[in-house]
Design a protein around this ligand. Sequence first.
Ligand SMILES: [Zn+2]
Ligand SMILES: [Zn+2]
Length: 161
Amino acid sequence: MPCVCSQYPPLELTRAAINKRIKATPALLKPLGLLVTHAAAKLKLLQCPQCGHYWQTGWEWNLGGTEYAYQVPAIEVAEWLREPYLQPAAWMVYAALMQPYYAKNTFEPSGKPCRVAQCPHPAIKFSGVCEPHHIEQLQEFGLLPKRPAGRLFPPYHTASA
Ligand SMILES: [Zn+2]
Ligand SMILES: [Zn+2]
């Protein structure tokens, strides 16, 4: 029997989609091979023995703390242990918290480069830095919710998406 990996597109960031995935996860995990467990974060990195795709588990207190599996880009085990991938449910919660900020603010480029050394992005108006650095600074000052832990991967890049 062929594997089901290609039938699982990136997790949609809705409670319904994540709850559905939680239900599907025990069956999804069965054929996968466990590569390593991140004991402190209670996360697993797995690989499909048929197509080679990588999967990770996540869990969210908000959704009962039950684990769910999702596909992630291939990665070295040591690298993953250093920083596991972002968990989509945590990103969903974060995006919801950030939504009012994005709704209130438009970011126009000021025509100047970002003040942060080596940053390739243009600065935005009324700020000396680019949009990602502007948001980062507000987060450092506790003026915006903090980005959840974890390595970013597509399609989870910006909370405004
Ligand atoms: Zn597969
Ligand atoms: Zn920047």
